[in-house]
Design a protein. Structure first.
Length: 80
C-alpha cells in the first residue's frame, strides 16, 4: 500500500513539474502538510481503528516522496 502510493505520488510530482510552471515549493508543501496531518491523526485519533491506522501510516510517506521526487523533477525540467 505504502510503496504504491510512493510510486504514484512520485510520478505525479514529476509530471506536474514537467508540464506546468508551478514552483517546486507549491508542489512540495502539500506533501509536507499531508504527512503532518497523517502523523497528527495517528498520534491522537487512531485509537484501536486498524484501518485508519493503516491509512495514516500510508499517508505518512508523503514528505519523503516530496523530498525525493522534487530534485528529479527539477533536473527533468532543466533538461527539457
Amino acid at each position: 500500500c505504502r510503496s504504491v502510493l510512493q510510486l504514484v505520488a512520485a510520478l505525479a510530482i514529476i509530471v506536474i513539474l514537467l508540464n506546468t510552471n508551478l514552483r517546486p515549493r507549491l508542489v512540495y508543501a502539500p506533501c509536507i502538510y499531508i504527512g503532518a496531518a497523517a502523523s497528527f491523526l495517528a498520534a491522537l485519533a487512531v485509537g484501536h481503528a486498524s484501518t485508519f491506522a493503516i491509512v495514516c501510516f500510508t499517508l505518512s510517506v508523503m514528505p519523503e516522496v516530496g523530498s525525493f521526487a522534487i530534485p528529479f523533477g527539477l533536473v527533468a525540467t532543466l533538461n527539457k
